[in-house]
Design a protein around this ligand. Structure first.
Ligand code: 5AD
Ligand code: SF4
Length: 587
């Protein structure tokens, strides 16, 4: 028998070239392969276990290639109420967690935080318990990020630490399973299994529903992988489990994947094609969060404002897509469906006391109806992330961002006119392929011109498979990239401090999160622009109950008079407890 019991390749679309067009799934059986069996399954306890031997023989006579072909081509639209049949080679019982303890560790962006909650929701339903103590875990799952080389290096380093833990466990005959989830699993596929023999499970971003099966296979001492990318998986019916009981805010995934194909970016290859979650299921989740008392929801996706729910046929008319003025799309523009403005409108109506944010958008998708809605609705935060990436039109073209510096600056002006007081943030990459000193100076000048309130700045990291990897030269020396990055950070901080200082003397509405990390005498919360606000924990009046003196609790809205501002934090003193609706009179 071959070590790959089943390797499946399904050609779904040719537009993205071989990597993104191939859906790939493999079940790896190290026990069945002579060269792997000694190195990857050194645990004698496994081989002696009769029940597991029986399990392995059932796996060996398991599903055929046709079975996987059928599963891969079938649309992955399952309702939560549908009971899934177990794969024919596994007993229902073997798919259950049997109270084994899972330790989940998250790396990377908010999308990964949300994915962790989705993965946990699926495992919890399957009978696993969660632990925050690494030492008592039966299963360790790392939810990984591939966006830059450094992010992946952190995970390789972590795997080396976990290797020691797993070896100790092997000696004490208490098995420990290790899984790599998310982008790194998708990008490196079986390279991870080959490089790190102690990894038992690989699950790509669209394969979390398969985790109980993958872990069941791993329980028998075999490596298991599913890195199949889907065209329609949005986990619409999986309610993520909020882990912190005192949390005031939650992330709600509204779409997955990205079709933009910026030349530097690995995301379209690790997270696949853009697809939106049906509006109805998003609203249901937001309603539940509101009932749980949460006060803030951030709509999440790689490209949130490209949202397009085409699941309801009556909205699929040929309504043309409005882009921001002066912007072009890198991919064929789709038509019809329910767009982001509709979703934002509906979500903001669920609970007027619930703040609504969204991230991460693309500058191309800000038609006037979205800006108007942000301006009009009290509970939609006046905060827009507008990733520029560079201030040089030449570099923007090489990045295939679909806009020039001039179009971007015009959009900034238009946004500021449409939403007075809006808070702006951005992402920038220093040292992209072919970036000259002159290009860099242009980026510095854009930072000065726009004066962002928040910024996320990175040194360019070449990623295999991207268009830049194939067509451009990573020709800016590392030390130059780092020097330019330092310069961008310095300028960003100076400008953000200036921008944030305009708040000094103002009264701002703050959603309280809890104690400040620096001092137990202070509380910490966030203003409408998502900036951290620190203020002394003092008694105050409650606007809804005149005469009542209260101390602010997490989830309360308070009015804070701002007394000082830095590049990342505001400080002030609290005036009163209020509600979002009442506060609009003060701002
Ligand atoms: N190198 C450096 N930064 C990158 N980003 C995306 N890909 C790369 C890369 N290869 C940055 C972009 C993006 C943010 C999420 O990460 O600025 O907006
Ligand atoms: Fe990457 Fe560009 Fe898509 Fe953002 S819009 S995820 S930078 S390809």
């Amino acid at each position: 028998m071959h070590s790959l019991q089943c390797v499946l390749q399904v050609q779904r679309s040719l537009r993205w070239g071989p990597m993104a067009s191939v859906s790939w799934l493999s079940l790896r059986m190290c026990m069945a392969h002579s060269s792997l069996s000694s190195t990857t399954c050194p645990n004698p306890e496994r081989q002696e276990d009769g029940a597991r031997k029986d399990f392995s023989s059932r796996l060996a006579t398991g599903p055929t290639l046709q079975y996987f072909l059928r599963s891969a081509s079938a649309p992955q639209e399952k309702l939560s109420s549908e009971v899934e049949d177990p794969p024919p080679y596994l007993m229902m019982d073997e798919l259950l967690g049997r109270q084994r303890k899972v330790y989940l560790e998250t790396y990377g962006c908010q999308m990964n935080v949300n994915d962790t909650e989705i993965a946990w929701s699926i495992l919890q339903k399957s009978g696993y318990l969660r632990t925050s103590n690494l030492q008592e875990a039966d299963v360790i799952l790392l939810v990984t990020c591939s966006i830059r080389e450094k992010a992946e290096q952190t995970i390789w380093n972590r795997l080396h630490q976990l290797k020691a833990l797993k070896t100790r466990r092997l000696r004490s005959r208490v098995p420990l399973r290790i899984g790599i989830l998310g982008c790194m699993a998708e990008r490196l596929k079986e390279e991870i299994l080959n490089r790190e023999k102690m990894v038992d499970v690989l699950a790509g971003p669209d394969a979390y529903r398969d985790l109980p099966r993958l872990l069941a296979v791993a329980e028998s001492g075999q490596q298991a992988a599913n890195v199949l990318l889907s065209l329609d998986e949005t986990y619409a019916d999986v309610m993520p489990v909020q882990t912190s009981p005192s949390a005031t805010s939650a992330f709600v995934s509204i779409m997955r994947g990205c079709d933009n194909m910026c030349t530097y970016c690995i995301v379209p290859f690790t997270r696949g094609r853009e697809r939106s979650r049906p509006v109805a299921s998003i609203l249901e989740e937001v309603r539940k969060l509101s009932e749980q008392g949460l006060k803030e929801v951030t709509l999440l996706g790689q490209n949130v404002n490209s949202f397009r729910d085409s699941s309801e046929v009556q909205f699929n008319s040929a309504v043309s897509t409005n882009l921001s003025r002066g912007f072009t799309a890198n991919c064929k523009t789709k038509q019809g469906g329910l767009r982001f403005a509709h979703l934002l409108d509906q979500v903001s109506r669920v609970d007027p006391e619930m703040r609504i944010r969204f991230t991460s958008p693309h500058p191309k998708d800000f038609p006037d109806e979205v800006l108007q809605l942000i301006h009009e609705r009290d509970n939609v935060c006046k905060q827009i992330h507008l990733p520029a990436q560079s201030g040089s039109s030449r570099v923007l073209e090489a990045m295939r961002r679909g806009y020039s510096r001039e179009a971007y600056v015009e959009l900034v002006h238009h946004i500021r006119e449409s939403i007075p007081g809006v808070s702006l943030s951005s992402d920038f990459i220093a040292g992209f392929c072919g970036e000259t000193e002159e290009d860099h100076v242009q980026t510095v000048s854009l930072l000065r011109e726009v004066q962002y309130n928040m910024g996320f700045l990175f040194a360019y990291s070449m990623r295999q498979k991207t268009r830049a990897y194939h067509r451009l030269k990573d020709d800016v020396p590392e030390e130059v990239k780092l020097r330019r990055l330092e310069e961008l950070i310095t300028v960003f901080r100076e400008e953000a401090t200036k921008a944030n200082q305009t708040a000094v003397g103002c009264t701002q509405l703050v959603l309280v999160e809890g104690l400040s990390k620096r001092s137990a005498a202070d509380l910490c919360g966030r203003n409408d622009g998502n900036l951290k606000v620190i203020f002394p924990d003092a008694e105050m009046e409650d606007v809804s109950n005149p005469g009542l003196r209260v101390r602010a609790q997490p989830g309360d809205y308070v009015l804070v008079q701002i007394t000082s501002a830095g590049s990342q934090t505001l400080k002030g003193h609290v005036l009163c407890r209020t509600t979002l609706k009442d506060s609009s009179a003060y701002c």
